[in-house]
Design a protein around this ligand. Structure first.
Ligand code: NDP
Length: 243
């Protein structure tokens, strides 16, 4: 039987970009995907488009900056859809503001979305996996910004945190004797709503074709497709031409 069929996967930030593309690829493989985001109309549109594919797509409204909403989303998934095998921590937010005299509401939103939301979602998924005896897989959608700082933005610090959190989580699970895998993928410039909303100037002036959401989604499928004894720690994917 196809190894993907019937597996339950939660994708955060499934309403657009990398998350929406990945959700479609996983549903094509027969995975049962629970897609979390705030824009329910986008999620419901995907559910309609994906109908008839091998797997299934369940939209669920969840603001990843709200602890109760995250906890409820994972409880609902485990009790209504089934025990979780895969979590893709993909939801992300960026906006420019300096760190020395900038807007702390933006700092907080970036950190709540990219760091706290990821940690809480992981804790809930790991609880679901452990209580159901599943050696699952957690993938964090990190960024080149998690390895190279750039200016006037809390985004790189938040993604540096993801780089470190990935390692700490993996070590914790290994130490506890768990076979749950933790991987991170760090894309370079990817042509999505996020990039266009916050770096239109970059989009207009860059000299190379960017990645598209499908390129990154394909690499995540590759990470998930490794045999049980193989664990990809970190995968960096950039468009040719990006320094
Ligand atoms: P998109 O803007 O297309 O997707 C972002 C997703 O995050 C949306 O589905 C959005 O859903 C969700 N999201 C944002 N805030 C929240 C929130 N508070 N609660 C729930 N969901 C939220 O951009 P990308 O596909 O590019 O982004 C996906 C990931 O890829 C991010 O983690 C980003 O940091 C990372 N990345 C992107 C790169 C790029 O160049 N585009 C490069 C490197 C990494 P909704 O608004 O409906 O809630």
């Amino acid at each position: 039987m196809n190894r993907w069929v019937g597996k339950v996967c939660v994708v955060t930030g499934a309403s657009s970009g990398i998350g929406a593309s990945l959700a479609e690829k996983l549903v094509d493989h027969g995975v049962v995907v629970v897609g979390l985001a705030r824009r329910m109309e986008r999620l419901e549109e995907s559910a309609t488009v994906f109908a008839g594919k091998a797997g299934k797509f369940h939209p669920y409204r969840c603001d990843i900056t709200k602890n109760e909403e995250i906890i409820n989303a994972f409880k609902w998934t485990t009790s209504t859809i089934g025990p979780i095998s895969i979590l893709i921590n993909n939801a992300g937010f960026t906006n420019y503001t300096t760190l020395t005299d900038g807007d702390e509401t933006i700092w907080k939103r970036v950190l709540d979305t990219n760091v706290m939301g990821l940690c809480l979602a992981t804790r809930e998924a790991v609880r679901s996996m452990k209580s159901n005896g599943i050696d699952g897989h957690i993938v964090h959608v990190n960024s080149i910004g998690g390895h190279t700082p750039y200016l006037n933005n809390m985004y790189p610090p938040s993604k540096f945190a993801v780089t470190c959190i990935t390692e700490v989580m993996r070590k914790e699970l290994i130490q506890a004797g768990s076979k749950i895998k933790v991987s991170s993928i760090s894309p370079g410039a990817t042509d999505t709503e996020m990039l266009r909303a916050h770096s239109q100037e970059f989009v207009d002036t860059n000299k190379f074709p960017m990645l598209n959401a499908e390129d990154v989604a394909d690499s995540i499928v590759h990470i998930l497709g490794t045999p049980p004894h193989v664990q990809i720690h970190e995968l960096i994917i950039k468009p040719v031409g990006e320094i």
